[in-house]
Write a protein that binds this ligand. Structure first.
Ligand code: ACO
Length: 427
């Protein structure tokens, strides 16, 4: 591979360096493009544009590969746990036992959320969507933790990471308790992180609560699978907001908002709503497949297709197995889940879906598994956010430590040329 690329504009040739990544990914470095040629690139949706160099996650959409810091997602899901993977993503290496224990203990120092945050929650309508509340509460944490983190100071940075990991889990579950009218509760520092998630969600003051270990284990795995996915919509948002040197909570709050959309993390909720709709209309999966193929119908099969995975989503493979295990273990018999199976089988055999490489993605199966676990549909994307948190933190930290410039894309202006102002009575 040549180490330069040549661009010709108006008969004049310009050379640009070619950069090769660790896994032989090829990129043309156009940092000097506008300065030397006066031209910019146009790439809506950034389908062809790299926004940064990153050491965190590698994925190959054609081959269905996903690795965190060089470790295969399959091995991590099988052998690691969510806090260990969080440490790996954020600090770059798998922790020793002592480092992991310290990390878990340091997170516990920050699991108490300022009581005044409860006044903010009180202000939301009871039926507000949990993702909207979560974005607001995450942003509000900035007000309660106003001190700017000096990213050059390892201790300050480490404490900020632990604080985000501790407080975010608590406020994320409070969005559900608000919705249910349950009293807001506290993290139990004698218990594990994922077990605490279940307690924070479902424990009531009226009786003892013991989370099902199969559910805790499956959730831990789901969080690992969601933990990072390189420069996706919400992560790019976190990096771009952080590039203005906005704080960690403010950047994460923006990530939550980006994740909420149904084309991104909100798809797991949309999948279940779609399955429920199919069931309510007689359970005819074929009819909905036909609708998805109809160009005059805006309907899309939620949970199918992916911007980068064009063969299969390696996370979907792992989750599909976890979903089968959990459904068998919990003995769940749910007609909506049978519709999911029918839809999956029918779409996988359909030429339209085959030709466009549309396979079930991670959200298709995660919605199913969450439902079997008794998690309400509106909370699905919040669970995605809890899983994605270490990825957002790792990417924010990398962006700041690499001293990346403020994110500020260009545009091609296609509006009106200069025209004189028209007074109101002459319009
Ligand atoms: N149902 C029906 N047709 C689809 C679907 C779908 N779910 N997804 C893509 N297509 C079709 C498009 O109509 C298009 O067809 P055409 O070539 O005949 O015009 C072709 O497949 C390519 O689609 P694009 O929209 O160009 O693909 P893109 O990579 O931009 O979109 C996306 C990816 C947004 C994920 C899309 O597949 C989609 O909307 N899926 C449903 C929502 C979803 O599940 N999102 C979760 C993504 S995973 C995540 O965020 C964790």
């Amino acid at each position: 591979m040549s180490n330069t690329a040549i661009l010709e504009i108006d008969g004049k040739k310009y050379e640009f360096p070619v950069i090769i990544g660790t896994e032989n990914e090829v990129a043309i470095d156009i940092d000097k493009l506008r300065g030397t040629t006066g031209a910019i690139t146009l790439d809506p949706g950034f389908k062809n544009s790299g926004s940064c160099k990153s050491d965190i996650t590698f994925l190959d959409g054609e081959k269905g590969i996903l690795r965190y810091r060089g470790y295969a997602i399959e091995e991590l899901a099988e052998q690691s746990n969510f806090l260990e993977v969080s440490y790996l993503l954020i600090f770059g290496e798998l922790p020793t036992q002592a480092q992991l224990e310290k990390f878990e203990n340091d997170i516990r120092k920050y699991t108490l959320v300022n009581e005044e945050m409860k006044n903010i929650i009180d202000g939301f309508p009871k039926n507000a969507h949990p993702m909207g509340i979560l974005a607001s509460l995450t942003s509000a944490l900035t007000a309660f933790n106003p001190q700017q983190v000096n990213v050059g100071d390892d201790k300050q940075l480490y404490d900020a990471v632990c604080k985000a990991m501790g407080k975010f889990l608590v406020i994320a579950t409070w969005t559900f308790r608000k919705n249910m009218g349950y009293p807001l509760n506290y993290y139990d520092n004698t218990k594990g992180y994922v077990e605490n998630f279940m307690r924070l969600m479902f424990e009531l003051p009226t009786g003892p609560y013991k989370p099902n270990p199969t559910v805790v284990e499956a959730l831990d795995k789901l969080f690992i699978l969601h933990a990072d996915h390189e420069q996706n919509c919400s992560t790019s948002t976190v990096r771009i907001v952080g590039s203005s040197h906005a704080g960690l909570f403010a950047s994460i709050s923006a990530g939550v908002s980006a994740l909420w959309g149904p084309l991104h993390g909100g798809a797991n909720q949309a999948v279940l709503e779609m399955l429920e709709e199919i069931q309510a209309n007689g359970g005819d999966a074929e009819k909905y497949i036909a609708k998805a193929k109809d160009k005059d119908d805006p309907f899309r099969l939620m949970g199918f297709g992916h911007r980068v995975y064009k063969n299969f989503d390696p996370r979907a493979k792992i989750i599909k197995k976890a979903a089968d295990d959990v459904l068998a273990e919990l003995g769940v018999d749910d007609p909506v889940l049978s519709i999911a199976k029918k839809l999956e089988e029918a779409a996988l055999q359909d030429d339209y879906f085959k030709a466009r490489n549309l396979y079930p993605n991670v959200d298709f199966y995660s919605g199913i598994i969450y439902r079997a676990m008794g998690i309400p549909t509106e909370m699905f994307t919040v669970l995605f956010a809890i899983g994605r948190l270490p990825g957002w933190i790792a990417q924010w930290k990398e962006m700041r430590l690499n001293k990346e410039p403020i994110g500020r894309p260009r545009q091609v202006y296609t509006g009106s040329p200069l025209r004189p102002f028209v007074k109101q009575d002459q319009r």
